[in-house]
Ligand binder design. Sequence first.
Ligand code: TMP
Length: 210
Amino acid sequence: MLRGRLITIEGLEGAGKSTSIDTIATQLNDHGVPFITTREPGGTDLGENVRKILLAHADIPMHAMTELLLMFAARVEHVDKIITPAIEAGRWVICDRFTDSSYAYQGGGRGLALEDIATLESILIPDIKPDYTLMLDVPVEEGLARAGRHSSLDRFEQEEVAFFERARQVFLKRSEAHDRFYVIDAAREVASVQEDIAQWIVSVIRETST
Ligand code: TMP
């Protein structure tokens, strides 16, 4: 059986990941590609519990390395229980965020060394890399405005603009360094962004079936 593919969706808050995942799902359905959608942090029962700890805005600050290790703890479970089995069964996995978010947020945002994140990645999830990554790029202020300043901001949403600027720069640098990325200017009108995403995923489907 043909192995499935891991497609990850990255970008700052308010970049439009959910709408883009719907667009991708529609195209995969239309082309008869079996797939699952999932997210990080989360994706398993344990991972969703870890997500609650990570996003809760507790009064006690969390050490940046604790935050990184919790992201990876949830990820190891996710890869082991959900992602790898799905890919081996021939299904595509559409994952809302993956390790690139750790580089962007814990590396760029929190200032942890990117080499340390790379080391953890190579030790903890040595056998899996995204096949394709869609990076939805929006200017920080615009993304935050779109995400909405609702009353119950999570621990990340409470961060200042500079934190997200640093995260965005890491996303962009990684996009330049790895061919798997497709970067889209997501600040444009929604319909035209989604049209481009639909075209991109169709070209990915074609590329993998030749
Ligand atoms: P979401 O709201 O886009 O689902 O993501 C939850 C938050 O978790 C988001 O602010 C980004 C953050 N995050 C990290 O900081 N590092 C990671 O590795 C992942 C997967 C998410």
